[in-house]
Design a protein around this ligand. Structure first.
Ligand SMILES: C[S@@+](CC[C@H](N)C(=O)[O-])C[C@H]1O[C@@H](n2cnc3c(N)ncnc32)[C@H](O)[C@@H]1O
Length: 259
C-alpha cells in the first residue's frame, strides 16, 4: 500500500468488532466507500458521490470515533460530509450511527487522507476539519504529522477559495508547529474568530480530563490566487501570525466568500 512506507498513523485495528459492527463493515461500508465511486472516474464532481441534490461538501480527516462528523451530518443534512479514518474500530462506530440515524449525507474513505486528497476534484470543499491529529511528540517523528507543507498544498487544491480549514489540538508544540506551517504556506491565512459550536470528541474529552487545554484554529484558503496557475513562491500572504501567536489582521473579506 502506498502509505505503508511513510505512515502517519498508528494501529488500524483495535479490540475485536462486535457482530453488529462486523456486519456493518462487511455490508454497509462497501456502499459508503468513496473508493468504489472514484474507481469509476477520477474527474467525478463531488455531487456525484452523494444521492440527491447535495452541492456543498465538508471533509473530516481522522474522525476517530466519528462523534464530530455524526453531529455535523445530523445538523446539516444539506451538506455532503466525507469522513476519512483508517482505524477500523472508529469506522465501525461511524457506521453504527449512519445506520441508527439513517444518515444519507456521509461517505467514507477508510484509509490514508493523503490518497484521498490526490483523488478529489479541485476546488470543491467548503470546510475541512482536522481535530486533534496524532501529535507525534518525539522530534524524530514530527515528519509524520499530518500538518506539513505537502498536505497543506494538497488541501489547497481541493478547497474552494475562501474555504475554512478547522484545526484543533491540545498539544502546545503541535499548535505552534501548525501556525508556523501556515505562515510558510502561500495558500492559507489564519482567521481571527471564535471556535464554532461543536461536540467534544473522544480524544478531546480525554485531553480535558488530563488537564490539557484544547486550542482551536481556523485558516482560510486564500482567494487572491488560483492554485492552478500560481506557484506557491509567487503568491502573497494576506496576513501572518505575530510573535505572540496572534494574527496580524482580520480576514473577514476572505471568509465571506464562503456561504
Ligand atoms: C488522536 S486521534 C483523534 C481522533 C478524533 N479526531 C478525536 O478528536 O477524537 C487521530 C486520528 O487520526 C487518524 N489518522 C492519522 N493519520 C491519518 C491519515 N493519514 N489519514 C486519515 N486519518 C488519519 C488516526 O487513525 C486517529 O484516529
Amino acid at each position: 500500500m502506498p502509505w505503508a512506507k511513510n505512515r502517519l498513523y498508528g494501529r488500524q485495528h483495535g479490540p475485536r468488532l462486535s457482530a453488529r459492527q462486523q456486519r456493518l463493515v462487511d455490508e454497509l461500508l462497501p456502499r459508503m466507500r468513496l473508493q468504489s465511486v472514484l474507481d469509476d472516474g477520477r474527474d467525478l464532481p463531488l455531487s456525484g458521490l452523494f444521492d440527491g441534490n447535495i452541492t456543498r461538501f465538508h471533509l473530516e480527516i481522522g474522525f476517530g470515533g466519528g462523534e464530530h462528523l455524526i453531529w455535523q451530518a445530523i445538523k446539516a443534512p444539506e451538506i455532503g460530509f466525507i469522513g476519512c479514518e483508517p482505524f477500523v474500530n472508529g469506522v465501525a462506530k461511524l457506521l453504527s450511527a449512519i445506520e441508527e440515524f439513517n444518515l444519507k449525507n456521509i461517505r467514507i474513505h477508510d484509509n490514508d487522507a493523503r490518497d484521498l486528497l490526490d483523488w478529489l476534484p479541485p476546488g470543491g470543499l467548503e470546510k475541512v476539519y482536522i481535530l486533534f491529529p496524532d501529535p507525534w511528540p518525539k522530534k524524530r517523528h514530527h515528519k509524520r504529522r499530518i500538518i506539513n507543507q505537502n498536505t497543506l498544498n494538497q488541501l489547497a487544491r481541493v478547497m474552494k477559495p475562501g474555504a475554512h480549514l478547522c484545526f484543533a489540538s491540545d498539544i502546545p508544540d503541535y499548535v505552534s508547529w501548525t501556525k508556523n506551517h501556515i505562515n510558510d504556506n502561500s495558500f492559507f491565512v489564519p482567521l481571527d474568530c471564535e471556535p464554532a459550536e461543536r461536540p467534544q470528541t473522544r480524544y478531546e474529552k480525554k485531553a480535558v480530563a488530563a488537564g490539557r487545554t484544547p486550542v482551536y484554529l481556523t485558516f482560510v484558503r486564500t482567494s487572491e490566487d488560483n492554485f492552478k496557475n500560481v506557484k506557491p513562491a509567487q503568491s502573497q500572504k494576506a496576513c501572518s501570525f505575530n510573535e505572540d501567536g496572534c494574527i496580524s489582521r482580520n480576514q473577514e473579506t476572505i471568509s465571506n466568500s464562503v456561504r
